[in-house]
Design a protein around this ligand. Structure first.
Ligand code: M7G
Length: 315
């Protein structure tokens, strides 16, 4: 179910009106634009949109078929050839998932525009003690508007992305992350989303959740083994803190994929295996380890928690 203003056709995309570049990242071959799209049925009204365009990467399967005849290269422009060295530009045919992957948020709110990955920000490392969590972060999470996780509810209730579900159980489901192009196994990116709405973040994990986490780990490994022939240890599974969405989910990325450096920053990504291992050290009852820990992470100056947390840092 997409929003009526979401541009889903080529013609709709052409109606984009560019405002400014929010970010560009040569490392991930991506650029993020801010602009507007017209509202269908009322062309004088326009809504804001955040558009991320990323060059898709090549995988081994394509490498085999890049040159030769017939190959994926449809046209070349020779740039230089000297001695044994030659370099040129090439254009790829349509057989790939696409030359670029375009992710659009439309209509986009100020929060989307400001979101860490969408805007260059100054980052400051903050130490979130259990006390600061109780005083600042927990109320912030409790007040998090349910509309922001509507997309999660739509998936969990079968309203959207139903045909993409790779595993479903009463406790959680696994499906491709929207960042993935659905084709390139080297950049494979899945997410597991739990049904239990009471787990808002890493902080809520307790010893009793170990079977759930183990089950996510097991089923993810099984799915990628059966579907893509990926062996043991081929998935990097992790949890973000702070996440963008306070509905518990686990990121699962091909262990060989180095592209999404932002989402794997030290202090942001907690490896699922370590989380399980730490929870196993917890006593049967009593406060959980993630309730007692000081968590240290980088926070962008546009984050809604930035002011309160940076002002409360001691020392
Ligand atoms: P996060 O750790 O809360 O925030 O992860 P991050 O975006 O800063 O990493 C949420 C994950 O859900 C991200 O990897 C998103 O790409 C992914 N995601 C977000 N939305 C809105 C959707 C969606 O509608 N469908 C799918 N399949 N994935 C989404």
């Amino acid at each position: 179910m997409s929003h009526p203003a979401a541009p889903t056709s080529f013609d709709a995309l052409k109606a984009f009106s560019f405002e400014r570049i929010l970010n560009e990242d040569p490392f991930t071959h991506s650029i993020i634009l801010l602009g507007t799209f017209p509202v269908p049925g009322n062309l004088s009204e326009r809504v804001k949109a955040v558009v991320r365009i990323e060059r898709t990467i090549l995988n081994a399967d394509q490498g085999v078929r890049l040159l030769g005849d017939p190959g994926l290269l449809t046209r070349i422009k020779l740039e230089q050839s000297t001695d044994i060295y030659t370099w040129l530009f090439g254009w790829l045919g349509e057989e790939r998932a696409g030359d670029v992957k375009v992710n659009i948020i439309c209509p986009a709110t100020e929060t989307h525009i400001n979101k860490a990955s969408y805007l260059k920000q100054e980052h400051v490392l903050v130490h979130e003690t259990p006390e600061l969590y109780e005083k600042i972060v927990k109320p912030y999470i409790a007040a998090f508007p349910p509309s922001r996780t509507q997309w999660v509810e739509n998936i969990l209730t079968g309203l959207s992305e139903k045909d993409k579900i790779l595993f479903n159980s009463p406790d959680f489901l696994i499906l491709p992350d929207m960042k993935w192009d659905l084709k390139t196994v080297t950049s494979l990116y899945l997410i597991a989303i739990v049904q239990d709405r009471s787990i808002r973040s890493l902080r809520d994990l307790r010893r009793r959740h170990i079977p759930l986490l183990q089950s996510i780990r097991r089923e993810a490994a099984r799915v990628v083994g059966e579907k893509w022939g990926l062996g043991k240890g081929s998935l990097r599974m992790y949890i973000h803190y702070q996440p963008s969405y306070y509905h518990f989910h686990v990121h699962m990325v091909n262990a060989n994929y180095q592209g999404n450096i932002l989402g794997m920053a030290v202090g942001q990504a907690y490896i699922l295996d370590d989380v399980i291992s730490l929870l196993e050290l917890d006593p049967e009852d009593g406060p959980g380890i993630y309730e007692r820990m000081t968590l240290t992470y980088g926070l962008g100056d546009q984050h809604e928690l930035f002011k309160a947390l940076t002002e409360s840092q001691s020392g």
